[in-house]
Design a protein around this ligand. Structure first.
Ligand code: NAD
Length: 377
């Protein structure tokens, strides 16, 4: 089996680290890495070579003849053209993004695996890229806010007087939000958080933060069987907005992380709420690439609106690329090892495995995922 890792054109992360290259090689695979693929994650070509990989001068040379192509984002058209028919492309392929890209990969005869669609079951936890990357994004969001915030975050009692603790509010207490809460607490902030899923209440409390939410009947039923948030009614959102409005006016830092799979991010902070904040306050909109939770946030920019700086960095996990690549590469290795290799470590895709059927988008020239009009192979 040959595994290839092209360099990413639009991401700082890389889909394999030297640690997983060793594991692939131990499993009998030949691994080709495009020269420079790990540079932004602080992995020089030499480290890959030492782990047993060969270094290819171009992406096309790396992927030629490969059975498995590991990526962070969708592969470039030239990688798709150079890939052999039947090869797997495994990455964060943005399954809800433009369908034409998938059609092109289907036409090239590629089997594409969108890791974002991994079911949230115990067996798949170690392959869950949404969790591994959101966790780091939640951490980094607080670090980004702290960098812009002009005051100290912890309470400091000194001979010269007392600096009050920063009030930090986290909206959306999923994987990213819970890590943001934990990070904000470690920095000494006075932390509160909200979510529409009732299960979040206990998790927020267990991290020592205060839970703020409208806890009506709709709230009690606001979780899907898969553990995700449902889209809330107009009435609930209005009540939530009123509660949030009074709370936000007193906050120094707000981190928003609210997402609904396959839907635009819910708008949680209006322009009026932004205007009501304290001078020097900071908002980080982690949902900015999915439409944003905050009115006035701009993807890829840091903007000042009235008293508030709104941070809208794209690809926040990519801002700590070395850590993000370490976890991402491990997620992909576990998937390859579990679903593409048999007990003797021979390349033998398990087409019936629920992890395969949940994530496979194209195969043999067709769109096969039920969610995109196909029937599973
Ligand atoms: P996500 O990234 O889809 O959304 C982030 C958070 O935003 C969620 O907690 C969601 O409830 C919240 N949200 C949505 N609309 C909101 C609104 N209007 N106001 C406030 N908050 C809103 O979610 P996620 O981080 O991927 O996690 C979702 C759940 O899945 C969590 O309970 C998480 O612990 C669970 N999970 C389970 C596994 C597993 O393997 N069992 C793995 C990862 C996550």
């Amino acid at each position: 089996m040959k595994i290839a890792v092209p360099a990413e054109a639009e991401d700082t992360r890389v889909a394999a680290t030297p640690d997983v290259v060793k594991r692939y090689v131990n499993a009998g695979a030949e691994v080709a890495i495009e020269s420079g693929a790990g540079a932004q994650s602080r992995v020089p070509d030499e480290a890959y070579r030492a782990a047993g990989a060969t270094i290819a001068p171009t992406a096309e040379a790396a992927v030629g003849g490969a059975d498995v192509i590991l990526t962070v984002r969708r592969p470039s058209p030239s990688v798709v053209a150079a890939a052999k028919k039947g090869a797997f492309v495994i990455g964060a392929l943005d399954p809800y993004g433009d369908l034409d890209g998938f059609k092109a990969m289907a036409e090239a005869g590629l089997s594409t695996v969108a890791m974002e669609l991994m079911p949230r079951i115990t067996r798949a936890q170690s392959m869950d890229i949404l969790s591994s990357q959101a966790n780091l994004a939640g951490y980094q969001a607080v670090i980004d806010a702290a960098e812009v915030y002009d005051r100290a975050i912890p309470m400091m009692m000194t001979a010269a007087g007392t600096v009050p603790a920063a009030k930090i509010f986290v909206m959306g207490a999923g994987v990213a939000g819970l890590q943001a809460i934990a990070t904000a607490r470690r920095l000494g902030g006075a932390v509160s958080a909200t979510d529409v899923r009732p299960a979040a209440k206990e998790q927020v409390a267990s991290l020592g933060a205060k839970f703020i939410a409208v806890e009506d009947e709709e709230f009690k039923a606001a979780e899907t069987a898969g553990g995700y948030a449902k889209e809330m009614s107009e009435g609930y959102r209005r009540k939530q907005a009123e509660l949030v409005a009074t709370h936000i006016a007193k906050q120094d830092i707000v981190i928003t992380t609210a997402l609904i799979p396959g839907r635009p991010a819910p708008k949680l902070i209006s322009s009026e709420m932004v205007a009501s904040m304290q001078p020097g306050s900071v908002i980080v909109d982690l949902a900015v690439e999915r439409g944003g939770n905050v009115e006035g946030s701009v993807a890829g920019e840091v903007v000042t609106v009235g008293p508030t700086t709104i941070i809208g960095h794209r690809n926040v996990q990519g801002r700590i690329a070395a850590s993000a690549s370490l976890l991402y590469a491990k997620n992909l290795f576990t998937f390859v090892d579990t679903v593409l290799l048999d007990k003797e470590k021979a390349f033998a895709p398990k087409w019936d495995d629920e992890l395969m059927t949940a994530t496979l988008l194209t195969k043999d020239g067709a769109m096969v995922h039920p969610r995109f009009g196909g029937t599973a192979p």
